[in-house]
Design a protein around this ligand. Structure first.
Ligand code: 13P
Length: 250
């Protein structure tokens, strides 16, 4: 049984005061969230404040990025050890914005993912094709390549700690979500790839989130797909009302 994971990626939004406001609203209006896991990924600067508020609540804490060393002379970087210290349980690696704007390649993403695992953080490995890649018929090849490279040297025992997020780049922040059928098809491809690398049982146990313009009005049909095990939500996670409606998908 895969427990769906609904995660909010706040990206570079929210001051500390705004983050606290949002989390207080989420906590007070959360209600019954049995059968699903909920996660927020605030910016680094708000992690400490949010972490204190989330104690004793069912909402988990994640970070949006991590460096691969535990400590050292790496100006500006944040280590897995520091994220654990803040109470983070998860961390995003390889988000398309990191890949495209900050030039991260698969090898760097893989180092970050393995560092997260080594320090007891659950990595959410983000993969997805661009519009030109999809139009060229290369979407599956791109995504399966990112999966293989991102998981290089990750053993079967560690795989159960990993979450995959399929986020087609053309669907991020555009309002142009993948159809449930297209998303399902890619999720099935990802699971087949995992079965080839590891085993069918391992592939069946891993959660694959969909991300890219997930909203209150499309979450239900996306979550109804057999291989969609959660959502990684950007814009709609910045307001309590829309995020909670997504959390309460039916
Ligand atoms: P949007 O939900 O704003 O499209 O962002 C998706 C995303 O990138 C989540 O990581």
């Amino acid at each position: 049984m895969r427990i769906p994971l609904i995660a909010g990626n706040w990206k570079m939004y929210k001051t500390i005061a705004e983050a606290v406001d949002l989390v207080e609203s989420l906590i007070s209006d959360l209600g019954d969230i049995s059968g699903r896991e909920v996660l927020v990924c605030p910016p680094f600067t708000a992690l400490h404040a949010v972490s204190s508020l989330l104690q004793e609540t069912p909402i988990g804490l994640g970070a949006q990025d991590v460096f691969y060393e535990a400590q050292g002379a790496y100006t500006g970087a944040i280590s897995p050890l520091m994220l654990r210290d803040l109470g983070c349980a998860y961390v995003l690696v390889g988000h398309s914005e990191r890949r495209q704007i900050f030039g991260e390649d698969d090898a760097l993403v893989n180092r970050k993912l393995r560092a997260a695992l080594a320090h007891g953080l659950r990595p959410i490995l983000c993969v997805g094709e661009t519009k030109p890649q999809r139009d060229a018929g290369a979407a599956e090849q791109i995504v399966t390549g990112q999966i293989r490279a991102g998981l290089a040297e990750v053993g079967a025992a560690d795989l159960s700690e990993v979450v995959i997020a399929y986020e087609p780049v053309w669907a991020i922040g555009t309002g142009d979500t993948a159809t449930p059928e297209d998303a399902q098809s890619m999720h099935a491809t990802i699971r087949r790839t995992l079965a080839k690398i590891y085993s069918q049982a391992a592939a069946d146990g891993i959660r694959i989130q969909y991300g890219g313009s997930v909203k209150p009005d499309n979450v239900d049909e996306l979550m109804a797909q057999p291989d969609i095990d959660g959502a990684l939500v950007g814009g709609a996670s910045l307001k309590a009302e829309s995020f909670l409606r997504i959390v309460k998908f039916r």
